[in-house]
Design a binder for this molecule. Sequence first.
Ligand code: KG4
Ligand code: ZN
Length: 340
Amino acid sequence: MKILAIETSCDETAAAVVEDGRRVLSSVVHTQIEEHRLYGGVVPEIASRRHTEQINQVVKKALADAGLALEGIDAVAVTAAPGLIGALLVGVNFAKGLALASGKPLIPVNHLRGHIAANYIAYPTLKPPFLCLVVSGGHTHIIDVADYTHFQVLGRTRDDAAGESFDKVARSIGFPYPGGVHMDKVSGQGNIHAYTFPHPKVEGSAYDMSFSGLKTAVINLVHNASQKGIALCREDIAASFGHTVASILCEKLFLVQQQTGREQIVAAGGVSANSQLRAMLTAECEKRGLSLYLPPLALCGDNAAMIGAQAYYEYQAGNTADSSLNAMATMSIDRSFAEY
Ligand code: KG4
Ligand code: ZN
């Protein structure tokens, strides 16, 4: 089954053709990062406009790269939640138009389910059940993936997402948006023990996390130093901060692992590209005798191939939509579109 997938939830206009959930026939990503960088973050109105301008050619290129015309695909999939509402609507409306014009089924996909499915592309034998750490710019979840379409969130951040805290700390030490990747690049030249940053405590759940207090502690350190004219070493801050974030994520993830007994660990989302996190996950899984699946770097960030991969399993489960489908800015990963 060949699925044409569309992704426009944030600042990437993407389209891909994926066969049977695992084989990528084409994948096109048009990023808007350079333009949003001028403003230090994603400007929703600009994102929607650029998606509108780009989507036609991005979809055409994805079909052409796969050597297919619209008649050659079996279904149209689209990220319908969560994300920037104006940005999502561009993809959802385009996909609805394509599905209607071609008479093909329409498959709505949750963006976070898509991030997890990026691993099905990279690891053809990977199957649920597994425990997944989803770390992106907007979400930080520890999710039990019981089946391809059954998810349970066991731990989550109570405030900032890990990626958001990376970007805000990066900005305070002068890195351009999105700063996570710049922090990662210089962290190897810094000392992880140069600073001791707090591991925020969260009341009520042993598995929930918090990154807001940690982020504020680093930003305060930077501001105080600059007021006193003290020069700080960016590499040391990046190394110590990255180490702290990775430690918090791993501590919670492996607590949940002990409770669930799942033996396959999977990572997903933009922050799963982080080298300190990848190294710590690798070491911890090795120590505990667990199998670890890390998405290749090209599949960590937003793309449509991951949406096409998940769409295949949504289709198998009967999760299609008609032209009444609407985009939603927020949606829990354990809910299905049919419930709305
Ligand atoms: O999954 P993603 O591409 O978009 C969302 O769905 O949010 O994640 C983007 C986030 C940004 O916050 C970005 O700074 C972060 O992932 N990120 C990283 C790295 N690469 C991307 N954070 C830390 N280290 C990286 N290497
Ligand atoms: Zn994403």
